[in-house]
Design a protein around this ligand. Sequence first.
Ligand SMILES: Cc1cc2nc3c(=O)[nH]c(=O)nc-3n(C[C@H](O)[C@H](O)[C@H](O)COP(=O)(O)OP(=O)(O)OC[C@H]3O[C@@H](n4cnc5c(N)ncnc54)[C@H](O)[C@@H]3O)c2cc1C
Ligand code: SF4
Length: 495
Amino acid sequence: MTRIIYIPFDQLNVEHGAMKVANKTSDQIVFVESQRMITGRRWHKQRLFFLMSSARHFAAELKSDGWQVTYLVSPTTVDGLRQMQNTFPDSEVVCATPNSFRLKKQLEEFGVTFVENDFFLTSSTLFDLWAEKQSSFTMENFYRAQRKRLAILMDGNEPRGGTWNYDADNRLPPPKEHEWGQPLKWNFDEIDEQVFSQIPDTAWGEVNEKTWATTRREALAALDHFLVHHFKEFGPYEDAMPLGSWNAHHSLLSPYLNNGLLHASEVVKAALVRFEVGDIPMSSCEGFIRQIIGWREYINGMYWYLGEDYRNNNHLNAERALLPLFHDPEKTQMNCVKSIVSDIYERGWTHHIPRLMVLSNLALLTGVSPQEFLDWMREVFIDAADWVMVPNVIGMATHADDGVLMTKPYAAGGAYISKMSQYCKTCVYDPKQRTGPQACPFTTLYWDFLDRHVETFSKNHRMFQQMGGLRKLNNLPDVRVQAQSVLQGLVSGTV
Ligand SMILES: Cc1cc2nc3c(=O)[nH]c(=O)nc-3n(C[C@H](O)[C@H](O)[C@H](O)COP(=O)(O)OP(=O)(O)OC[C@H]3O[C@@H](n4cnc5c(N)ncnc54)[C@H](O)[C@@H]3O)c2cc1C
Ligand code: SF4
C-alpha cells in the first residue's frame, strides 16, 4: 500500500523523522512549497533562499537515490497534500510530529498520521517528566540532568573536570588584536540560482553571496570548519561582540540543526571526538555542549510544555509598536544597533549576545510589544522557528512571562555593551552618561525602565542590587525627562 510521506522544510534528514520509516519501493515522498509561507510575511531573503534551496536540494538528492519524490508548489501546505491524495486516493499521509503548534494542528485536522519527531535529543515525554518535578524551570538543572542522562563529559556521577559550569571563564571581551578567522562561503549551483531568481522582491535583506549551506555535504563541511578553526576559542569569546568579525568564534550551525541537515547527536559526537584530541580547553567544550544538549533542548521542551498561549504573554504591558530602526539601520545613530541590524540585513544572523543584550534589551527597555518583536525576529533570522523563537523572545528576551523562564529580566545599560563590544568607541553616544546630549540611550533607558517597573521589580529578590542602584541615583527626575525624549527620537528614527 502506497503511503504519502510528507517532509516539512525543517525535517530534511534521511535518517530521522518520517524518512526513517519510509519505504523506497512503495512510498511517495512529498515536499510542499507553500506560497502562503513564502509571501505571507516580509521574510528575510536569506531565510527564504536557505529554506527553499535546502528543501529542493534534499528532494533532488532523494530522487537521484531512487526515491519516488514529488515537489509541489501549492497555495498552502494542505492544498499540496490534498493534491497528492487526489493522485493517490486512500493513501495514508505520514509525517513526523511537526515543530510548531500551528502546523501540528493543521496536519492533525487533515488526518495526517504522526510518527516520532526525533530531531531532538529529548522526547516531549521525557522533558515533561523533568518539568513536572521542578519548582522553577532553571536551565542549569535541566542541563545537569542531561549531562547525566546522556553520559556526556561525566566521570561517573560527577562532571568531568570537577565543575559543571565554565561560564565565569567564558565572558572575555573582544581583545584589541585577535585573529577571528573567516567563515566558509559556498558557490551557487543550478538549484540555488533557480531559487534565487524566485525570491520575491518584497522580501527584506539581501543575498549577495552564499553565506549559508544548502546541502548536507556543505553543512557537514561547516561543522568540520567550526571544529577545526573556531571550537578552541568558542568558550572564552562566546559573549564577545568584536567589530572586525561578524561570526566571532560561533559555530553558525543553528540553521542546519533547525532544518534537519545536521542532527544534534552528530554535532555533539563530533565535538567530543575533537575534544579528545587534546587541544580544546574544557571551557570551550563544555560551553558548546551546554548550548546543544542544554539550551537547545530546554527551549524546545519548554515551547511544548508551556503551551500555545504562552506566546501571548505580556506581563510588563509593553504596547509600543516596533521601532523603525529594526527594519532600517539608517533610522538610528546608535553604533551597536546600527551595526547589528546591518549585519542581519546582510546575512540574517547575529550571535546570541547581540540578539539578547542589544536588540532584545532595546525592545525590553523601550517597551516594544513582545509579540511585534517576536514577529520581527521570526521574519529576519535565518535560524528562526516557532519552537525556538517563542520561549527565547517571550521568556528570555522580553520577560513577558513574569519570570517563568528567567527569574529576572536581561536588562542592561550601555556599560555592559561597552565592556563586551567594540561598538562604543566610535559611537556618537557615551555609555557612561545617562543625561545630556551625548548620553547613551541604553544607559538612560535602563534606569527609566527600572523606575517605570519599580513596583514589580522591588518584589524580585534577584533585582535587589539593581533596585538599590536606582534608589541611589541622584538625578532620576532628569533621567525621566531624557528618557521621554530618547523614546520620541527612537520612534521618529532620529536617536
Ligand atoms: C532573543 C533570542 C532569539 C533567538 N532565536 C533563535 C532562533 O530563532 N533560532 C535559533 O536556533 N536560536 C535562537 N537563539 C539562540 C542563539 O542566539 C542562536 O542559536 C545562535 O546565535 C545561533 O548561532 P550559532 O549556531 O553560531 O550558535 P552557537 O553559539 O555556536 O551555539 C551552538 C548551538 O547552540 C544552540 N543554542 C544556543 N543557545 C540557544 C538558545 N537560547 N535556544 C536554542 N538553541 C540555542 C543552537 O542550536 C546553536 O547552533 C535566540 C536567542 C535569543 C536571545
Ligand atoms: S554608546 Fe550606547 S548606543 Fe553607542 S554603541 Fe555604546 S551602547 Fe550602543
